[in-house]
Design a protein around this ligand. Sequence first.
Ligand SMILES: O=C(CO)[C@H](O)[C@H](O)COP(=O)(O)O
Ligand SMILES: [Fe+2]
Length: 229
Amino acid sequence: MSRSLKALIGPSILNSDLSKLFEESQKLIDNGADYLHLDVMDGHFVPNLTFGHPIVKCLRNHIKDAFFETHMMVSRPEQWIAPMADAGVNQYTFHIEPITNVEEICRKIKEHGMKAGVAIKPGTPVEEVEEYISVADMVLIMTVEPGFGGQKFMEDQMAKVQYLRKHYPLLNIEVDGGVGPSTIDCCADAGANMIVSGTAVTGSKDQMATIKLLRDTVQTAIDKVKNTE
Ligand SMILES: O=C(CO)[C@H](O)[C@H](O)COP(=O)(O)O
Ligand SMILES: [Fe+2]
């Protein structure tokens, strides 16, 4: 059987009421989220702070089955691999900008039983992440400057997604930042298949419909390409 791409929607709880982290997360899963995207910030790599492995572990104690991706916006990604694995994280996605030992970090993440995601900021050329595709499970192309939810989608980043999709037809490509119903066509047409959406989903009156619309749009684009092959 040949492998094929799948549209997956991973809402970010960054801009939701974090005092109700469990309730907000469970609601997203009940409304059809394929995975949860948990934004971890250290106040150093980005000018903001969120939460770390102790909170992720508490969340995992209440939500046993969902796939957890942590988006590590941290200066020392190596430091948090073991604690995040212990917290029950499934995918550890980190930025390549502050470090030089990307391959080693990917290896360690996998040794700890997690999938490895490599992320780049808008100012980082796609070629810099391309060299790690063979050792990573996913590439994250940021579509805002990392650090805050609710920012404007940067359409110019789609050239990176198009480039990766053209050269790596089965690569999991994630986009994150300002993605919602008004920008999803752009992401789907460029070839992204893993969609992080924060404000547009958590702030939606009908979360289930919004998640479905995002997934259907991306799956339709994937199927269109498949049918022309
Ligand atoms: O990594 C992030 C910010 O650094 C968030 O995942 C992202 O911003 C999601 O929120 P929104 O959809 O509101 O932009
Ligand atoms: Fe994120």
